[in-house]
Design a protein around this ligand. Structure first.
Ligand SMILES: C[S@@+](CC[C@H](N)C(=O)[O-])C[C@H]1O[C@@H](n2cnc3c(N)ncnc32)[C@H](O)[C@@H]1O
Length: 213
């Protein structure tokens, strides 16, 4: 019942400079709705230091975080070269080059992860449902946290009332590929993580996991 359906050709939307520009435009236009719930929780944690963003896309969120706190340095990981081009243009325009560094990489690549160093906060938004092996990835990311570090993963939630919309648009496909709360709980339990909180976020097809080291 309401089984998870992996997105096919999931990377299409992030490949090609025109697609990347379109994504960036939409992300910026809807940034409040998209990132508001995540930013509220992040601000409440009040974490200074080094941040790592996974699947950073067009850089809209990294820019919002960097503008809000000039003492934070963000390393932003993104596999799509087109997204990185668009993100770097945006960061330059916003005068944030000294705070945000985009690097090309895929979190399934453990050798790449090992070279990243350690962070006070690792976060990711709207990317989890694309990851091939989320358990392994989460375990690997926990290794990159400093003592008392926090991992925040914000993503869509598979809700029945959006699942059945017969639309072929990317958004609905993403909803069908997202996880339910109990699936996240099982995922975390299978890798022996118990210091976490999962919160449902308005408009309730969004959710946030906060994991403490
Ligand atoms: C829906 S976009 C979200 C972009 C941005 N985080 C945002 O919230 O607007 C998903 C992003 O995850 C990235 N992604 C997918 N699989 C990934 C992986 N294995 N490692 C790193 N990033 C990945 C994609 O390239 C894409 O930029």
């Amino acid at each position: 019942m309401l089984k998870r359906v992996m997105e096919e050709q999931q990377n299409e939307a992030f490949t090609g400079i025109e697609n990347a520009r379109k994504y960036a435009e939409e992300a910026e236009k809807s940034s409040k709705m998209r990132f508001g719930g995540f930013l509220k929780r992040l601000n409440n944690l009040n974490i200074d230091g080094k941040y790592l963003e996974i699947g950073a896309g067009s850089g809209a969120l990294a820019a919002m975080i960097a503008k809000n706190n000039k003492d934070i340095d963000i390393t932003a990981v993104e596999p799509s070269p087109d997204m990185i081009t668009v993100a770097n243009e945006y960061i330059e325009k916003e005068n944030l080059i000294s705070q945000i560094k985009f690097i090309k990489g895929n979190i399934t690549d453990e050798i790449f992860l090992e070279k990243l160093g350690k962070y006070d906060l690792i976060y990711s938004t709207l990317s989890l449902h694309h990851w091939d092996d989320p358990q392994k990835t989460i375990m690997n990311l926990m290794e990159l946290l400093n003592e008392n570090g926090v991992l925040m993963i914000f993503d869509l939630k598979r809700v029945w009332w959006l699942y059945w919309v017969p639309s072929q648009s990317g958004f609905y496909k993403s909803i069908r590929a997202a996880y339910k709360k109990h699936e996240l709980e099982e995922m975390l339990s299978s890798i022996n993580i118990d210091k976490y909180k999962i919160e449902s976020i308005f408009p309730f097809f969004l959710q946030n996991i906060t994991i403490r080291k």
